[in-house]
Design a protein around this ligand. Structure first.
Ligand code: AN0
Ligand code: CP
Length: 318
């Protein structure tokens, strides 16, 4: 594998899951693979899990790790070509990226959607610039449109906890005070659509996702029907995708908060969320604290997804 940006880079999923199982069973089996190799993790946005789990994954593989927070201590970067740089940004990303490439063997990038310009966001300008100008393999630590390391960890978690071969997986929008990107739900849908699960998406009208990610999934606007018989309830907030509403919070309708009443409609469903989560907005205290909540094992599997991906990229460098 050269770059890891979406599910397409690890198909077929059965193979990816088998590799993840190997990594989970023997996390230190490949310590020589990463010897004298350096991972650079570049963050344009905050992170707890991605930062720690990806670093841990690299250390398990014997790699060295450097972390750069663009907004804390680095020069502010201009990202648009052709700009007369007389403002507050002392460096252009077109120099910064090849320089970063000189100091490492693999680069992980986190660059969220700005939610101002849908076309710009959905072109994944920053990730693509890293691929084009760094000279090194690049993997997404959440881009503008996808969060594939999260979705891979979600899939591993569902495989570990499912009680039927084809579980019903419900992706539900839930309220949040701020405008959040569509990357997590887009990516989750993209991965679920590669499985043979029964996959259903529910959200209030106006929060429709890009059809490229929804594909053949069932979109159910009736909350009761959506929850009924679900084996997994995967909650996430996102801002509007459609037209002029792009990036906006249309409302934060609390009827969509995941609570015990809705969970009671399911087939004893497990609760999932990528974290960080706003309690009593997205999900009530009692649901997230219940034995059905998988949020911690799900976060733990972020090491497994990152290590599986890094191992394949390192093998590609041999
Ligand atoms: C981010 C998002 O919704 O994309 C990161 C999630 C992993 N969440 C927040 O900014 C709260
Ligand atoms: N789930 C996730 O990616 O968390 P962080 O934003 O803390 O990395």
């Amino acid at each position: 594998m050269r770059n890891f940006l979406s599910v397409k880079d690890v198909l077929p999923l059965q193979t990816a899951l088998a590799l993840a199982k190997e990594v989970k069973a023997k996390p230190f089996a490949d310590r020589e693979l990463g010897r004298d190799k350096t991972l650079l993790m570049v963050f344009f946005n905050s992170s707890l899990r991605t930062r720690l789990s990806t670093q841990k994954a690299a250390l398990n593989l014997g790699m060295n790790v450097i972390v750069l927070d663009i907004n804390q201590g680095a020069w502010k970067l201009e990202t648009e070509r052709g700009v007369v740089m007389d403002g507050d940004k002392p460096e252009h990303i077109l120099e910064a990226i090849p320089v970063m490439g000189c100091y490492c063997d693999i680069i992980g990038v986190r660059a969220f959607a700005g939610l101002q310009d849908r076309d710009y966001d959905y072109r994944e300008v920053i990730l693509n610039q890293f691929i084009q100008y760094s000279g090194k393999p690049v993997f997404s630590m959440e881009g503008a449109t996808r969060h594939p390391l999260q979705s891979f960890a979600d899939l591993i978690t569902i495989e570990e906890y499912k009680k039927t071969p084809r579980p019903k997986v419900l992706l539900t929008w839930a309220p949040h005070p701020n405008a959040l990107p569509q990357a997590v739900p887009n990516s989750f849908a993209e991965w679920m659509n590669q499985t043979d699960y029964e996959f259903v998406i529910t959200h209030p009208e106006g929060y429709e996702l890009d059809a490229e990610f929804v594909q053949g999934a069932v979109v159910e606007y009736d909350l009761e029907k959506a929850y009924r018989g679900a084996d997994f309830v995967y909650a996430k907030n996102w801002s509007a995708y459609s037209g002029a509403q792009y990036g906006k919070v249309l409302h934060d309708d609390r009827r969509w908060t995941v609570d015990a009443q809705k969970m009671a409609l399911t087939s004893n469903a497990c609760f999932m969320h990528c974290l960080p989560v706003r309690r009593n907005m997205i999900v009530t205290d009692d649901v997230i604290e219940s034995p059905a909540s998988l949020v911690i094992p799900e976060a733990a599997n972020r090491v497994v997804s990152a290590q599986t991906v890094l191992r394949e990229i390192l093998r590609g460098l041999l």
